[in-house]
Design a protein around this ligand. Structure first.
Ligand code: KG4
Ligand code: ZN
Length: 362
């Protein structure tokens, strides 16, 4: 069984081909980071226009790399939300026209569910037939530029794939968004996550005391806007001048105080995320933790979650770095289970910019 995945929800145009829903035959990502860098963030109109230019060559490259012809595929999975509506529509229209001309089923995939599959797909590919991967219930922590959500993952009633319950989410900024905003404030360039991650190794994580926003109702929700504001206040109080965001900065040309902010900010964000996992396992007693989303590329978060799982006797599913940020392999992997459940979309499929994976308590 061969499934084509198409992803265009934000600023990556991506196409992937998967065999039996897990074995990656091709995984092509055309990134727009260079285009948006000079604006310090994604510009929706530019993103949509760039997707229009890139979608056809990206899909074609996936087929070429896999050595497969278009007519060999059995289904097409496409992200239909959440994301930027103009960007989503490019992928959806392309997927629809392929489905129609090739007469293949179309599968609509939630981008967040794609991230969850990114955490498990490597292990699914090597599982022995008896093992349930992952053991359920599990917790899935999806941390990206647009989302920070914690889900309880259980078996889908059909016994194929999963059902999700939202048990925690950010009340303001997403974790990746906080990374990007703090980096912008310091003039470190875009996207901020990888830069702050690298600089953190050269700073003192205890130098700046960021007070964590307290969520008082004992919920598993997150809040990151307080730390961002604290970073701004620290910068103003200490008269720290922003660097030139257009220039690549090595640790040597970044002042020690800026490195300290980076390290302290990162330590605080990782602390918030791990503490929430700690509270959630006391309530839900999961077997495994699934970590995913762009921020799951973060070295300190990966180590902290692995250490936490080892201490708690939980199975940790941490995706390889190239599957943490947006890609189409994860969309195809999630789409495969929808295909197995015969959940097909028709040609009326539309983009849903604020699509949810699950509602709170549902
Ligand atoms: O999943 P993703 O590619 O796109 C969304 O669906 O949002 O995530 C992108 C986010 C950006 O905010 C970026 O700064 C962050 O992931 N990110 C990181 C790292 N690499 C990417 N954050 C922290 N540490 C990293 N190493
Ligand atoms: Zn994403």
């Amino acid at each position: 069984m061969l499934i084509l995945g198409i992803e265009s929800s934000c600023d990556e145009t991506a196409a992937a081909l998967l065999e039996e829903g897990v074995r990656i035959r091709a995984n092509i990502i055309a990134s727009q980071i260079d285009l948006h860098r000079k604006y310090g963030g994604v510009v929706p109109e530019l993103a949509a226009r760039e997707h229009v230019m890139k979608i056809r060559p990206t899909v074609r490259q996936a087929f070429e790399e896999a050595g497969i012809s278009y007519s060999d595929i059995d289904a097409i999975a496409v992200t239909f939300g959440p994301g930027l509506v103009g960007s989503l529509l490019v992928g959806i229209s392309y997927a629809k026209s392929m489905a129609m001309s090739l007469d293949k089923p179309l599968v609509a995939v939630n981008h967040i569910e794609g991230h969850v599959y990114a955490a498990i797909m490597e292990r699914l590919a090597v599982k022995d037939s008896e093992a349930q991967v992952p053991s359920l219930p599990s917790l899935a922590l999806v941390v990206s530029g647009g989302h920070t959500s914690l889900f309880l993952v259980e078996r889908h009633p059909s016994e194929i794939g999963f059902k999700y319950q939202l048990i925690g989410r950010t009340r303001d900024d997403a974790a990746g968004e906080a990374y990007d905003k703090v980096a912008k404030l310091l003039g470190l360039g875009y996207p901020g996550g990888p830069i702050i991650d690298r600089l953190s190794q050269f700073g003192n994580p205890k130098a700046v005391a960021f007070t964590k926003t307290k969520i008082t109702d004992r919920s598993l929700d997150f809040s990151f806007s307080g730390i961002k504001t604290a970073a701004l206040r620290y910068v103003q109080k200490n008269n720290i001048q922003p660097l030139d965001p257009k220039v690549h900065h090595d640790e040597e040309d970044v002042p020690p105080k800026v490195r300290d902010i980076a390290a302290s900010f990162q330590r605080t964000v990782v602390g918030i995320l791990v503490r929430s996992l700690e509270r959630a396992i006391a309530i839900y007693h999961p077997q495994a933790i699934l970590l995913s989303g762009g921020v799951a590329a973060n070295s300190e978060l990966r180590e902290a979650v692995q250490r936490f799982c080892d201490q708690q006797g939980l199975d940790a599913f941490i995706p390889p770095r190239h599957l943490t940020t947006d890609n189409a392999a994860m969309i195809a992997a999630a789409g495969y289970d929808h295909w197995r459940r015969k959940e097909f979309a028709d040609l009326t499929l539309n983009a849903d910019a604020s699509l949810q994976l699950a509602r709170k308590g549902a």
